[in-house]
Design a protein around this ligand. Structure first.
Ligand code: PMP
Length: 476
């Protein structure tokens, strides 16, 4: 389930390119001005709070996933699939904290356990706790390729750790990163983000030398991947390939069904390690992660927020026992130096252990995937009422993508590529502003995560919001 065969993949890739090269359909200026007024009227308290935030926080916003235009919203609380802002507006939430929430927000059976833990034992001692071991064992049980686990504090850290451990283990230097993928914001990995081939475009403040050992390979380019391995042979060799297994940015750039297997084979041939970044996909697309769906075994697996179901300080690196031995203990000079004062704290590891148990007990992954399937079908049905618009939706289990302007599918060799990207992003943001005013919260105007509590009522409200939005786009 949830994986595309070659024909479906090719059809989807073609469709996404079609969207990125079709004319955009902006909301007319006058209507848009009315929508902006509406957004401001509905979010007055958020606006005032943003003005206040700008006094203490650069730009007044720090969450990458907040909508920045016209201004970010301040949230008050969340429950199940719903979220409320400080003006009291209710949303059908598809951000799900950026993926980790799959049981639903503020899930009492989980929260009760964590609150009891804090009351009875306190948040953290800086020493090993029982939950650390229970959580590591639970992950191992679900993912056979993970024989050992090291907890860290974020996905960014876990990706950084993966590269370091891979280099210690293989004694090789280069790391292959796939264009358009996101692996956090560490120095070596802010490269070719969002649009493949953009290199250091978003790397302000990072010396170019930091990328000396980062090899950028375009997604699904089988020949380029082989050439990268061959080219690196005399330059220190490839320590690892790091990859988002369902495609860059959680499937925004869909993966060719043979891509992961091809990378696995190249790693085996050249003595390199395959790293799956399962920060979003682990325990979401399948209890065994994308690796279980794909049937491809990585040497190392990176986890982030997904291991603590929205509780803070969450990240982990797991993998083969012999490889993970490269980061054991402290005080030895031949091991990868990793740390984190709050890493593996009792709150995060208890949240990990209990969330994983609850996800299994409730069948959360299957339920969230079923909701996502219905949502995708419902969206495509609404889009079909306006055949002149190229919009489309697709999903990898409980990860739903929808494309309206294709701003992430512009290619660098397209005429006016960056202008096109910016124009298309702007129009998608305008759609998103209207969607938010209609009570629909999504990620970056292109992505929606479901939890097990998204029901028919949530989908119906989503469809109504889209009907409203489509009515604003002129016909013909
Ligand atoms: N890898 C992937 C695939 C991600 O989606 C993210 C964050 N969304 C990260 C790494 C970085 O994780 P964090 O934000 O916890 O540093």
């Amino acid at each position: 389930p949830n994986l595309l065969d070659v024909r479906e993949y090719e059809r989807l890739a073609e469709r996404l390119r079609h969207i990125a090269t079709s004319p955009v359909h902006p909301i007319p200026e006058e209507t848009l001005a009315r929508m902006k007024d509406d957004y401001l009227a509905k979010h007055r308290k958020s606006y005032d709070f943003w003005e206040r935030a700008k006094g203490s926080i650069p730009g007044g916003v720090e969450h990458n996933l907040s909508l920045e235009k016209p201004f970010p919203l301040t949230m008050d609380r969340a429950k199940g699939y719903k979220m409320w802002d400080i003006d009291g507006n209710e949303y059908v939430d598809y951000l799900m904290c950026g993926a980790p929430i799959i049981l639903g927000h503020h899930y009492d059976p989980l929260d009760d356990l964590i609150i009891d833990l804090i009351r009875e034992k306190g948040p953290c001692t800086g020493c090993t706790s029982e939950y650390e071991v229970l959580a590591a064992e639970e992950i191992r049980k679900l993912m056979p390729a993970v024989e050992m686990v090291r907890f860290l504090q974020s996905g960014t850290e876990a990706c950084m750790a993966a590269l370091r451990v891979a280099r210690v283990f293989t004694r090789k230097a280069k790391v292959i990163k796939i264009g358009g993928s996101y692996h956090g914001w560490s120095d070596q990995l802010v490269y070719s983000l969002h649009i493949p081939g953009t290199g250091p475009l978003e790397a302000a403040g990072i010396p170019l030398e930091c990328f000396a050992n980062t090899i950028d390979v375009p997604p699904n380019d089988f020949d380029a991947a082989r050439k990268a391995f061959e080219g690196a042979k005399d330059q220190g060799g490839v320590a690892a390939v790091i990859v988002e297994p369902v495609g860059g940015e959680s499937g925004t750039h869909p993966v060719h069904p043979e891509w992961n297997r091809h990378l696995r084979q190249l790693c085996d041939e050249f003595g390199s390690l395959l790293i799956f970044d399962e920060v979003v996909t682990g325990f979401r697309v399948h209890l065994g992660g994308a690796q279980a769906l794909l049937g491809v075994k990585p040497d190392l697996t990176v986890f982030g927020k997904i291991v603590a179901h929205g509780y803070p300080s969450a990240g982990a690196l797991g993998g083969r026992k012999d490889v993970m031995a490269a980061c054991s203990g402290t005080g030895s000079f031949d091991k990868a130096y990793l740390g984190g004062t709050l890493a593996a704290n009792p709150i995060s590891t208890a949240a990990c252990y209990h969330a994983l148990r609850l996800i299994q007990e409730t069948g959360a992954v299957e339920k969230a995937a079923a909701a996502a399937g219905k949502l995708t079908a419902a969206l495509n049905e609404v889009f079909a009422t306006r055949p002149e618009l190229p919009f489309t939706a697709y999903n990898y289990g409980p990860i739903v993508h929808y494309e309206t302007t294709g701003f992430l599918h512009v290619r660098l060799d397209d005429p006016d590529a960056l202008m096109q990207h910016m124009l298309r992003r702007k129009v998608a943001q305008e759609y998103q502003m209207v969607a938010i005013s209609q009570g629909l919260f999504t990620l970056a105007g292109t992505r929606m995560y479901t939890c097990m509590q998204h029901d028919q009522a949530a989908i119906d409200r989503t469809v109504r919001a889209w009907e409203y939005l489509l009515d604003l786009i002129p016909k013909g």
